[in-house]
Structures are given as C-alpha cells and as structure tokens.
Design a binder for this molecule. Structure first.
Ligand code: KIV
Length: 280
C-alpha cells in the first residue's frame, strides 16, 4: 500500500517528521522506497544534477514524464510527487490541467508540485477540484532564479508577510503540502504553525513538518557546488572515482576480466569452428 495524503496529514498531527528525498531514476527510487522514504520528489532539479544545465529552466514536460515513469516503476510504497516544469503551468489553467494530468495519467505520479503562492491559487484550486493533488513551493523558487537570484527569501517584513499569506492561500486552494525553500527558520516555524498541511523544508530550518533534500547533494554526487543547507551523508562521488580508477588500472594491466567474469564454451565446438575457418 502506498503512503497517502491522509498518512502525511496524520504524521503532522502526531508531530512525526516527514522525510522526503528526490529521485530521478529506477534504481535510486528502489533504494529510497525500500529504505522507507515516504515521500519522493521527482524534482526538476534533475535538469542540473542529472542533465548538467545551469538552472531548472530548460527541463521540459517530456523529460519529466520520462524520469517520473522510471521512479514510479522503482517504488511500491512511497508517495511520488512529479514536478511541473517551467512554463508547463504558468501559461494558463487549461495548460496546467492538461500537463499535470499527464504526470498522473501517463507517468503514474500520485501528485504534482508547482512553484508560486497567491498568484497560483486558482490553478491549484482547479487541479485539486479535478482530483490532482498539489504540493506548493514557496520561498526561493528555482524557476524564478532570474528574478530572485539564489538567496534566502522572506527576511524583510513585507516579504515575510507575503510568504505567510502565500502559504495560507495555497492551503485554502487545497494544496496538500507546501515546500519552503531557503526561508529563515523562524519564519518557516511561523508558517508551519499557521497552516494545517505539512510544510517540507529545504534550507528552512528544523521547525518544518518535514525535510527534503536533493539526493545528489546528500550523497556527495554533484560536483558543481554544495548548497549551505545540504548535509553530505556520504561521499559517493569519491567512492565512484576510486572504483573507476581501480577499473582503469585493472583493464590496462590485463587484470580484469579473469575467468570468474568470463564465459566458457564446449571445446569440441570451438575446435570444429577453428577446423572450418582454417589456421589463423
Ligand atoms: O526540483 C527540486 O528538487 C525541488 C526541491 C529542491 C524541493 O524543487
């Protein structure tokens, strides 16, 4: 049985923290699912950590569909959220409905995530009305990087007020959860107390109902930079580099493969083939 929105709401009600991680492929999704991660985000961050773009902006709906399908195939229990990529929902409510519908119908995600507060409330409301669960995303919203820069959001009185209002608007529109990215911890605490839906923080301090991290950041797999809010639980990049160096050395030295990694054949068949072909 998959985790449900009701389970997530119960977790908030019981004061249980909700762990969320990103995944973009089948094998990683299986590992997270089997480890018991209840909430998996197929984030458009894949544009950066999987595809090497500078921002999330070039990610298309087709790319998201491709990766969400793989993650869904790798999960049995986790609630999978598919990110709506840039320009797949901002253009009109009709576009948002069509494209969010594809993430559920074709790719099999259980919900979608989209960026923005009050201005997105009508879109969220309509998606929820037709049965598409929506996770909101406030604070630093990476699809607006060209306007915002990469910086903490909500430090001034006006912006802090606006963020609280955005969160309330998203909740009223029916969002089942809200991601808070790069928001001062005390403000994230205030928002978390003012909405009933679970808040999921990334760079928003310890008081959110849950936490999300980009899997490449927490595993030490993204070489370009490590965000201040990320904690590296492993150095998988280094582990991979060491393994690849070992492989290079063994192949060049003729130490790999050995008979253990090779396939034999019937000697008589081999001799018959050589007899037919003649001497080398
Ligand atoms: O795309 C993503 O991975 C995200 C998280 C940073 C929340 O939106």
């Amino acid at each position: 049985m998959r985790v449900t929105i009701h389970d997530l709401q119960q977790m908030k009600a019981r004061g249980e923290r909700i762990p969320m991680l990103t995944a973009y492929d089948y094998s990683t999704a299986r590992i997270l699912d089997e480890a018991g991660v209840p909430l998996i985000l197929v984030g458009d961050s894949l544009g950066m950590v999987m595809l090497g773009y500078d921002t999330t902006l070039p990610v298309t709906l087709e790319v998201m569909l491709h990766h969400i399908k793989a993650v869904v195939r790798g999960t049995k229990r986790a609630f999978v959220v598919g990110d709506m990529p840039f320009m797949s929902y901002q253009t009109s409510v009709a576009d948002a409905l069509r494209n969010a519908g594809r993430l559920l119908q074709e790719a099999g995600s259980q919900a979608v995530k989209l960026e923005g507060g009050e201005p997105m409330a009508d879109t969220v409301r309509r998606l929820v009305e037709v049965g598409i669960p929506v996770q909101g995303h406030l604070g630093f919203t990476p699809q607006s990087v060209n306007q915002l820069g990469v910086r903490v959001q909500g430090r001034s009185k006006d912006l802090a007020r606006r963020l609280v209002n955005d969160a309330v608007c998203l909740e009223q529109a029916g969002a089942f959860s809200i991601v808070l990215e790069m928001v001062p911890a005390p403000l994230a605490r205030l928002i978390t107390a003012r909405v009933k839906v679970p808040t999921i923080g990334i760079g928003a301090g310890p008081y959110c109902d849950g936490q999300v991290q980009v899997i490449h950041d927490m595993l030490g797999l993204y070489p370009d930079f490590v965000p201040k809010h990320a904690k590296q639980y492993a150095q998988m990049g280094r582990v991979m580099q060491d393994a690849v160096t070992c492989y290079l050395n063994e192949v060049t030295a003729g130490a790999f493969p050995t008979s253990k990694e090779s396939f034999g054949m019937d000697q008589q068949v081999l001799e018959a083939v050589i007899a037919e072909l003649g001497p080398e």
